[in-house]
Write a protein that binds this ligand. Structure first.
Ligand SMILES: *Cc1c(COP(=O)(O)O)cnc(C)c1O
Length: 376
């Protein structure tokens, strides 16, 4: 029996070895006589699990010492509120600037308006012609040279991988070049964290809900330059005030212990794969194979501008959309799960996160070819 290939956008496939290790340790973690979910978060066993998870995440991403690593709750959606509550009052102007490049950053900008003067300073919500290609809304990324950043904004927020649109933005700018030197960049990297290296000389804050590429749902990873901690608005809930969370090693209140443990196992698995640089090479190989096949076929299409196509989330369409239901039913029967596109985009979406092996992508391509042969 082989497991089916799971292309869910999130919660998504986990490395099989991680699931097996968690199963083996389920009722007795390393001779402690307890499941991890039964342990006091203040006991020495869980403290060790937490500390090891942070240390491994720091190693994987090369997190500089002047950045704190926090384990939070509320998901990336919660962070849409928690971030402005912590940062928007930083310099007294109560302003936050947002780049809107898809469904997730649109949500982030909307939520921030509750807490201050949140402005959209660049967006790809309109159609555009780029390199002679006609691009639909949210299939391209606004060029950083065009961002209208306000010099007194508390921060600039963008989403570096739009999970729904399949748009990945990796040319993180130096804001000095657009007249806003020193403005911190805040990045929602939920759906591609740990799939490639991160340049912390560019980003002041990087956050991610774990359930795409880093573990199960329930924990949010937040990596933040320490000088940005300690500016929360008085209305910020104590459990979400970064200063409280940092001072207490992410244990101001009970953290999501089991989710942190599972994320820690994923970090160990990644280290064993050779780290982020090695998994990036695999991700390139997987994404290239899939995009190349789609582009070469007259039967399927990807509409995202080639410069910003996501390595993690590959939306695609059947040119004859009347075949969608049949495609999905047959894919499911062939052990290729959760390929239906997000309802706002339609079509299909294959999420090929770190835990999806090249073999799974090959199985998908083989199925797509066969389906095309029978219906094309
Ligand atoms: C999934 C996702 C979110 C929302 O995460 P929740 O944990 O459901 O709040 C936000 N941003 C991006 C980029 C995502 O992929």
């Amino acid at each position: 029996m082989t497991r089916p290939w799971n292309f869910s956008a999130g919660p998504s496939v986990m490395p099989l070895q991680v699931l097996q290790q968690a199963a083996a340790e389920m009722t007795d973690w390393q001779g402690s006589g307890m499941s991890v979910m039964e342990m006091s978060h203040r006991g020495k066993q869980f403290m060790h699990i937490r500390d090891q998870a942070e240390a491994d995440l720091r190693t994987l991403l090369g997190v500089p010492d002047d950045y704190a690593v926090l384990f939070l709750q509320g998901g990336a959606t919660g962070e849409n509120a928690i971030l402005p509550l912590n940062l928007i009052g930083r310099n007294g102007a109560n302003k936050a600037d947002y780049i809107v490049s898809g469904a997730w950053s649109e949500k982030s900008a909307k939520e921030a308006r509750k807490y201050g003067d949140a402005a959209v300073v660049a967006t790809s919500a309109s159609e555009a012609v780029i390199d002679g290609r006609h691009q639909a809304p949210y299939t391209w990324f606004p060029d950083a040279g065009q961002w209208q950043v306000r010099p007194d904004t508390a921060y600039v927020h963008f989403c570096s991988n739009e999970t729904i649109g399949g748009v990945e933005f990796t040319q993180w700018p130096d804001l000095a070049a657009v007249g806003a030197p020193g403005v911190p960049l805040v990045v929602d990297a939920s759906s591609h964290i740990l799939s490639r290296p991160i340049d912390f000389s560019k980003a002041a804050v990087v956050y991610a809900g774990a359930q795409k590429n880093a573990g199960p749902a329930g924990v949010t990873l937040l990596i933040i330059r320490r000088d940005l901690i300690g500016h929360a608005l008085p209305t910020c809930p104590s459990a979400f005030d970064y200063a409280n969370v940092e001072k207490n090693d992410s244990m101001y209140n009970t953290p999501p212990t089991y989710a942190i443990y599972m994320a820690g196992l994923v970090f160990k698995w990644l280290l064993a794969q050779g780290g982020v640089e090695a998994i990036e090479q695999e991700n390139i190989r997987k994404a290239q194979a899939l995009y190349q096949y789609i582009d070469g076929s007259g039967f399927y299409q990807n509409r995202v501008h080639p410069d910003v196509r996501s390595r993690m989330n590959v939306p695609f369409f059947l040119v004859d959309e009347s075949l969608n239901a049949e495609f999905l039913a047959q894919a499911d029967a062939a052990g290729l799960l959760q390929l239906k596109g997000h309802k706002s985009v339609g079509g299909m979406r294959a999420s090929i996160y770190n835990a999806m092996p090249f073999e799974g992508v090959q199985a998908l391509i083989t199925f797509m070819k066969e389906f095309e042969r029978r219906h094309g």
